[in-house]
Ligand binder design. Structure first.
Ligand code: HT7
Ligand code: ZN
Length: 853
């Protein structure tokens, strides 16, 4: 694809004052009439009118009522150009599109027999001719006409008018969205749904009609999404002073969706996996994900919709900020330290890996090849961390003032990161020029910490230095301002905490301490998205974990210890874990029993993907085996605790509360460890746990642990039972596919792909097989004989023809190939080269060419 550059931005020369869209909905041939009121911007010169449009069958164009002929315009595969237009005019186009044939799931398509749209980033141009860019904001009126029986419900953005008869068994409705919006926030959904309804009264006393639209029979499973929505609305009022701004808010659950959800104005469209949950079918992780994604999309109403992005380079302006908001919402709903740990696990697992490979890019890239590939962990997760650092540096009050100013100053506009930071500069008087390097510089900064103790002066000297490794296209890096939360710990709970901003390449600090030499705690609460390098012995690290008073660092200290141990074990295939280390971890787990969610996280061992980043060349098979040995040792060390915990009943009656979820998280973690113990009766014990599990969290943990045992009767029994019970529920069956792909081999993937319920057109199903295998089963994916790559390549090639965005995302699994041991590396390179020569979509070709670098 041709690279698009931030530096080439120029404003659109026309204003689109109003858009009237009329859809005559039909799965095979939908007629779309678009009437645009257009005026040339003052100083807009004599520019031609260029409208984006792709895969549209143009029927007619009228300008101020005059039918245009081919001599009046130029039509290409990507655009409609009218070279000569007046300063103010009305343009009416009529096109025909085929939703049933749309397998890319961008634009108007059919899922589960119902109409739905996905327009971010560039789907609107697959619906009608339009300047499909976020800085063109307009007022939309949308008329939908459809078959009464097939589409009793017809939804779009804004507020509905009355439904009217349209003859021939059809009916019609007009939606009016009073808020100007860019085309990517347009949506329509039409079909036969069950609806879960409720209301919310805003802080100014307005009653909002809320509705969640789901497949027939699924309404009871929408209760948690609705509850999450109401809590999100209240949280945004309490935390940011933001009130909802329409009389209705609709959510629609869709089976086939490329992403988690979409924040269309007043009409959020969701992947059904992030709407539907109940006690029987959902895990606590599912409930948690629904809460977070419902919150995320709702929070976009202000950060993204009322104020949007000038261009797609500014994506982090809405996404990083909104992830930061949803993370804080979840932290307020649940446990803040546990939420922080989970956020960091996600960041390290996905973003640190991205930053360390050929796909590394800044939070605000300055060039891109394919726009769908811009929706990355760096833009989302690192983008959120940067907002978190801003808040830490200026403090919560100044942060809130800056946000208030941002909402006041830019409401109704499409803006840039510079506009956002100007608000914070204005409220604090600070200069954010250096801080904005976080947006322009890729790579994870590394901070090295050294310390020396002067006993006579009772003073600790701390030397800090920072460096950021080179990344593609960015060899030399400048220092970034790193807010570091530090503390001196006296070992008895005494904590002297403070924050420094490391904004130089090097910095030396001194801190007085009373009494004996204190222990130094660094980057508490993960105050910055960095890697910390400290030359400490294992005993010093254990002492630090014991003395630590910051929950994040307690957990992280254990992670560092177990990481080092696994890396050491991976050097010899028979090496056994150190007893002292295993006891230290086991005792930390036991000590945390009062906070089971936290204790569960302490049992977690880093995934092979994280361990990978610590080694070059990396040997996934050896790392996986070492990880298993440590897990087995930890299981044995905790065996009494595991037995006692699992002998106690699971909480009843079931509630998706954070408190109960914490208890179940520890039970599930212990089920996992039990499976890793190597005990000869593990299969029978796990099958009994599987059969007796009173909820999906524990049932799934038992099935996963059984699957990890490899081929055995108990595993087969559980898998067959699960399939039998859930074969009619696609969301639950995704778990069945994922559990096997996450533990099996390339042959398992081929088998799953041949299963009658494997559906290449359903992104959730494809991800649950190929995505899980390639991202969570690295020993098998990176098998030295290349079998893992071949299994995924076969799926990618087929998926790419139908859905390029889906295939491109799967391809990112190859991003670490250069790090691999020679055999896997050669097999990965050969696969990428084969893919490069295959006729891939632009999205996929973009990833392959960047991966090969
Ligand atoms: N803003 C939404 C992005 C999105 C998307 C992007 C590309 C292709 C399909 C998509 N569906 C949704 C999701 C969000 O961050 O809220
Ligand atoms: Zn978002």
């Amino acid at each position: 694809p041709v690279a698009v550059k931030l530096a080439d931005y120029s404003p659109y020369p026309f204003e689109i004052e109003q858009v009237d869209l009329a859809f005559d909905l039909d799965p095979d041939a939908t007629k779309v009439s678009a009437t645009l009121k257009i005026s040339r911007k003052p100083g807009g010169g004599t520019a031609a009118l260029v409208l984006d449009g792709e895969a549209l069958d143009l029927k007619s164009i009228h300008l101020d009522g005059r039918l245009l002929g081919p001599e009046d315009y130029a039509l290409t595969e990507k655009a409609l150009t009218l070279p000569d237009v007046p300063d103010a005019f009305e343009l009416k186009t009529i096109v025909e599109i085929s939703p049933a044939k749309n397998t890319a799931l961008s634009g108007l398509y059919i899922s589960g027999g119902r109409f739905c749209t996905q327009c971010e980033s560039v789907g609107f141009r697959r619906i009608t001719f339009y300047p499909d860019r976020p800085d063109v904001m307009s007022r939309f009126f949308v008329t939908l006409t459809a078959d009464k029986a097939a589409c009793p419900i017809m939804l779009s953005n804004g507020t509905p008018g009355d439904v009217q008869d349209a003859g021939n068994g059809r009916h019609t409705i007009t939606w009016d969205d009073p808020h100007k919006k860019p085309s990517y926030l347009f949506a329509l959904c039409a079909g036969d749904y069950d609806v879960y309804r409720d209301t919310f009264t805003t802080m100014s006393g307005r009653e909002i009609a809320l509705a969640v639209h789901v497949d027939k029979g699924d309404a009871p499973r929408a209760a948690w999404a609705m509850d999450s929505l109401k809590r999100s609305m209240k949280w945004d009022e309490d935390t940011y002073g933001r009130e909802y701004d329409l009389g209705v808010f609709n959510i629609v659950a869709v089976r086939d969706f490329n992403f988690g959800a979409m924040e269309n104005k007043g009409l959020n469209v969701f992947n059904s996996a992030y709407v539907l949950a109940d006690e029987d079918s959902a895990t606590d992780a599912d409930f948690e994900a629904i809460e977070s994604i419902v919150g995320h999309e709702y929070f976009h109403n202000w950060t993204g919709n009322r104020i949007t992005c000038r261009d797609w380079f500014q994506l982090c302006l809405k996404e990083g900020l909104t992830v930061f908001r949803d993370q804080n919402f979840s932290a307020d709903m649940r446990s803040r330290p546990v939420q922080r740990i989970k956020d960091v696990i996600r960041l390290r697992g996905r973003q640190f890996a991205e930053d360390a490979g050929p796909l590394a890019h800044p939070v605000r890239p300055d060039t891109y090849g394919s726009i769908d590939n811009l929706y990355t962990a760096t833009v989302y997760e690192k983008g959120a961390e940067v907002i978190g650092m801003l808040r830490r540096i200026i403090g919560p009050e100044a942060y809130r003032k800056g946000m208030d100013l941002y909402f006041e100053r830019h409401d109704g506009q499409a803006v840039t990161i510079e506009d956002f930071y100007a608000c914070f500069a204005d409220v604090t008087g600070r200069d954010f020029t250096q801080f904005r390097r976080w947006y322009s510089q890729a790579g994870t900064p590394q901070v090295t910490v050294a310390e020396s103790w002067n006993a006579d002066a009772g003073e600790l000297t701390i030397q800090l230095s920072q460096s950021t490794p080179p990344t593609p296209g960015q060899k030399d890096k400048l220092p970034v301002p790193i807010p570091l939360e530090l503390a001196l710990l006296d070992g008895t709970g005494g904590t002297d905490a403070w924050t420094v901003v490391l904004d130089q390449p090097e910095m030396t600090l001194t801190r007085k301490a009373t009494g004996a030499r204190p222990l130094l705690s660094v980057n508490r609460d993960f105050s910055a998205p960095i890697r910390v390098e400290r030359d400490l012995t294992r005993d010093q690290r254990i002492a630090l974990v014991v003395a630590e008073t910051d929950p994040f660092n307690q957990w992280d200290g254990v992670q560092t210890l177990v990481t080092e141990e696994i890396l050491k074990l991976s050097e010899g295939s028979q090496a056994q874990p150190d007893d002292q280390l295993v006891d230290a971890v086991a005792s930390a787990v036991r000590k945390a029993a009062g906070d089971p969610a936290f204790a569960a996280l302490l049992t977690r061992l880093p995934e092979v993907g994280e361990l990978f980043l610590e080694r070059s060349p990396a040997e996934p098979v050896a790392l996986h085996s070492a990880r298993k040995r440590l897990q087995a040792a930890l299981s044995r060390a905790l065996s009494d605790t595991i037995t006692t915990t699992l002998a106690a009943p699971s909480p009843t009656p079931y509630e998706p509360s954070a408190e109960q979820a914490g208890i179940r998280a520890l039970r599930a973690a212990f089920i996992t460890l039990l499976g890793a113990s190597g005990a000869p009766d593990a299969g029978d014990t796990l099958l009994a746990l599987y059969n007796a599990a009173p909820n999906m969290t524990e049932r799934l943990a038992a099935m996963r642990a059984l699957t990890a045992l490899g081929t055995c009767q108990a595993r087969d029994t559980a898998l067959a039972d699960f399939e039998q019970r859930w074969k009619h529920n696609a969301i639950v069956m995704d778990k069945w596919f994922a559990v096997q792909a996450g533990q099996g081999t390339a042959a398992t993937v081929a088998e799953l792909a041949a299963h009658p319920d494997f559906d290449l057109k359903n992104p959730n199903r494809v991800r649950s097989v190929a995505g899980v295998f390639a991202s969570a089963n690295l020993a098998a994916f990176h098998a030295p004989d290349g079998s893992g790559y071949k299994a995924v390549e076969d799926i990618i090639l087929k998926a790419d023809a139908a859905n390029p965005a889906l295939a491109a995302r799967l391809l990112t699994a190859f991003e670490q190939w250069r790090r691999l041991e020679p055999k896997a590396r050669a097999a990965a390179e050969a696969t990428l080269k084969r893919l490069q020569n295959a006729k891939l979509s632009e999205n996929s070709a973009d990833i392959v060419s960047r991966a090969l670098g």
